[in-house]
Design a protein around this ligand. Structure first.
Ligand code: ZN
Length: 386
């Protein structure tokens, strides 16, 4: 899997000048590509190489190639439809493997600049040091004007953690009063989230009613802050879920359902009431990322009947629910918090699905996480419960 780490570099004038000239070169290639209507790398090279060598004699040819590749990517993204891409003087510049060499043992990195190769010391935070056995595949430099620092983004390929064969199942339901409820009786405490959300809501209302220019600017700031709070909270929840002693996490698959299907509406409605525009997709993504890191499997099951089925006797009936938050089985008189009952059902469905898969073909039981992600992005249900 890939991970990107960030390390600050000193704002060295050579490096800064390199970033500036590199960006100018990118813009020049974009200009040429735009007039010639091409983003093909070979053609861009033909049209621009000599011109760039003459205009920026200090920029060595390997950096010219990097600049050309970057320009090609930017043109490709735009596809000559709207506006010509613009490269700002200090925006990020990408280095390929021929233009930098990391020396992780000594905590240094050598980077091509206008005055040749130069070595810089890398300041790597403790948190990122654990990724350092990985192979570094690319480097992007950003200049942060506010902090007056150059930030190096190092992308590295780190070995996959072996995925354990699913044997213990944790169902995670998005509850009515809680964002996440687990089948092992754990409820993620959400009182503080509701309190913070309510505060933001009040603030937004106040600013919206003003409608002045400064209040609009303030509104933007506030929504940014709210978004960051949600992201932070989602990371915490994902960590909380993945730290539990289960090696298979079972979620309800809502993506696989048709957008206007009754089931999807039902699931969405129940959470929207409490948490407004909470990003469950982001939470899912974080759970997947985290699980990948620790070698756990994420399984998706069809959410059908999760709220109607009794997790003790398996009796399914619409009337099994006495109220929104309370589950009562008409068959065996089992009573439980409705969200917890749903989470337990998810865990059961996941277990049954893996059991079925291993009977048909033993190898399927070990579902690799990348497969999960692939099937997820295509909206395919990896494992259906019925
Ligand atoms: Zn029952």
């Amino acid at each position: 899997m890939q991970r990107t780490i960030q390390c600050p570099l000193p704002a060295d004038s050579d490096l800064l000048e390199t970033i500036r000239v590199y960006n100018k070169a990118v813009q020049r290639v974009i200009d040429i590509g735009w007039t010639k209507q091409t983003y093909n790398k070979n053609r861009l090279h033909e049209f621009s190489y000599r011109d760039l060598r003459e205009t920026y004699p200090k920029l060595q040819s390997s950096l010219i190639q990097c600049a050309r590749d970057m320009a090609s990517d930017m043109l490709k993204r735009e596809k000559f439809k709207h506006k010509k891409p613009l490269k700002k003087p200090f925006s990020g510049v990408r280095y390929n493997q021929r233009t930098f060499t990391p020396f992780l043992d000594s905590g240094q990195i050598s980077i091509s600049t206008l005055t040749g190769r130069k070595r810089y010391s890398l300041i790597v935070s403790k948190y990122f040091q654990r990724y350092f056995e990985g192979r570094i595949t690319s480097l992007t430099l950003y200049f942060n004007k506010r902090r007056k620092k150059i930030i190096a983004h190092l992308t590295m390929e780190i070995p996959d953690v072996p995925v354990e064969e699913p044997s213990s199942f944790l169902g995670v339901d998005r509850g009515i009063k809680r964002i996440a409820v687990c089948s092992n009786n754990s409820f993620y405490s959400t009182n503080h989230i509701l309190a913070v959300k309510w505060r933001y809501q009040q603030l937004r209302k106040k600013l919206q009613s003003k409608g002045s220019r400064s209040s609009k600017r303030k509104l933007k700031q506030v929504s940014g802050r709210e978004r960051r709070f949600m992201t932070d909270e989602n990371r915490k929840i994902a960590k909380w879920v993945c730290n539990m002693p289960y090696n298979c996490i079972v979620l309800e698959n809502i993506r696989g359902l048709k957008a206007h299907s009754k089931q999807k509406k039902k699931v969405n409605k129940k959470v929207r009431r409490q948490f407004g525009n909470w990003s469950y997709y982001q939470l899912e993504r974080f759970i997947i990322e985290r699980a990948e890191k620790v070698g756990k499997t994420v399984l998706y099951v069809n959410p059908r009947y999760t709220s109607q089925r009794c997790s003790r006797c398996e009796y399914i009936s619409k009337s099994n629910r006495s109220s929104q938050s309370h589950f009562f089985c008409r068959e065996c008189w089992f009573e439980l918090n409705a969200d917890l009952n749903a989470a337990r059902n998810l865990s059961d469905f996941g277990k049954a699905e893996i059991g079925r898969a291993s009977v048909n073909s033993p190898n399927v039981a070990v579902l690799s996480l990348t497969e999960t992600i692939v099937s997820l992005s295509h909206g395919v249900v990896l494992a259906t419960s019925h």
